[in-house]
Design a binder for this molecule. Structure first.
Ligand code: MG
Length: 359
């Protein structure tokens, strides 16, 4: 694989939501703090490092977190506050560096290739962020996104680590393969069947043998990742025009109750995705594909921007009921469009201005 010479940094705000809450609740400093909703199905949105010591982690049911550490301070998430803080942080970063590709509410890649000695300004940025926003950022620097991200993720919090590809190859060899971005539990499971468990195992694996199991293309890609080859560029992401969540039923569904239940679930997933990405939208649409492949879309524009699953679900349900599918349903979808940021951008009309918000 040819190597493109790049210098890339990955910036990740440490325990982001918890850090914002700590600023607003200074009495909680040094104590375990968990941000989680209150409902029966609520999950942990984030936990500070004191709470993580008790085994609490993101996406864990809130009830389980409470039993692991009953003395922790539990706070309901305030996404508007996180959005505002995120905006503050990345505006400062964009004011200092040109190529900023935001990939989440609290993380972004920077392409520093054009900067002669990038570590000094990068360190200055970390200090400036701490001073002006109160946020601590972990930084990984390397010749690729893969090295940069792996470094920041492995050494956080308050990491500032630069690594060459070769250093990453030897340093992470003993780590489980799932350390590598793009290798999830499913692929890790299939690799384990070949007795390949660590990054080092995968580095030493025979590509032909891997090809027999994964196909030649994926085998080569996995092997390359284990050797920390990655030539993906930092993309200053454009705003997505819409987001959707769809479900194709295993067998066509006529039962109204089942359809509505599925629709509410889709609306929930969609709203979760919006909140994670700090987006709010005004238009809600449902898509219904019948068993004869007739596809119908119905949309409604709301009075206000929303990321609430209740609002999205209620609107989607009203649209579905108004349509009343005349035949069994094959596919159901919920979509939101007309995002807040997008409209703000249209108002700004600054030439060449690009919003680098996550899609
Ligand atoms: Mg983070």
């Amino acid at each position: 694989m040819s190597e493109i010479r790049r210098v890339i940094a990955h910036l990740d705000i440490d325990a982001f939501f918890a850090s914002v809450e700590l600023q607003r609740h200074p009495e909680a400093h040094g104590l375990p703090l968990v941000v989680a909703g209150a409902g029966p199905r609520a999950v942990v949105t984030t936990a500070n490092y004191e709470a993580r010591r008790y085994g609490i982690d993101s996406a864990m049911p809130a009830a389980r977190a409470r039993s692991l550490c009953p003395q922790a301070i539990f706070i309901a998430p305030d996404f508007a506050a996180y959005r505002a803080k995120s905006h503050e942080v990345w505006e400062i970063v964009r004011a200092r560096f040109n190529t900023v590709g935001q990939v989440g509410i609290d993380e972004a890649y920077l392409d520093l290739t054009a900067i002669p000695k990038p570590l000094a300004p990068l360190r200055a940025l970390v200090g400036e962020l701490r001073e002006r926003t109160g946020m601590t950022v972990s930084v990984g620097v390397g010749p690729s996104r893969l090295v940069a991200k792996t470094a920041s993720a492995s050494f956080k919090p308050a990491a500032f680590v630069a690594m060459s590809r070769e250093q990453a190859v030897s340093h992470f060899a003993s780590h489980p393969v799932q350390l590598l971005q793009g290798i999830g539990p499913k692929t890790a499971g299939r690799l384990a069947e070949l007795d390949l468990r660590s990054v080092g195992d995968l580095q030493r694996a025979d590509v032909t043998l891997l090809g027999g199991r994964f196909g030649e293309r994926l085998a080569k890609a996995l092997h390359a990742r284990a050797h920390f080859y990655d030539d993906s560029p930092v993309e200053v992401v454009r705003v997505a025009k819409s987001r959707s969540s769809e479900l194709t039923f295993p067998t066509d569904v006529s039962d109204t109750g089942r359809l509505e239940e599925a629709l509410v679930q889709l609306a929930r997933e969609l709203a979760d995705g919006l909140r994670v990405r700090a987006r709010r939208a005004r238009t809600v649409a449902v898509k219904v594909r019948l068993d004869d492949w007739t596809t119908v879309t119905r949309a409604r524009t709301l009075e206000r921007f929303t990321d609430e699953s209740e609002t999205i679900a209620t609107t989607a349900l009203a649209l579905l009921r108004a349509y009343a599918p005349p035949r069994p349903v094959r596919l159901l979808g919920v979509r939101v469009a007309a995002f807040e940021d997008e409209l703000a951008r249209e108002r700004d009309e600054a030439p060449g201005y690009q919003l680098a918000l996550p899609i």
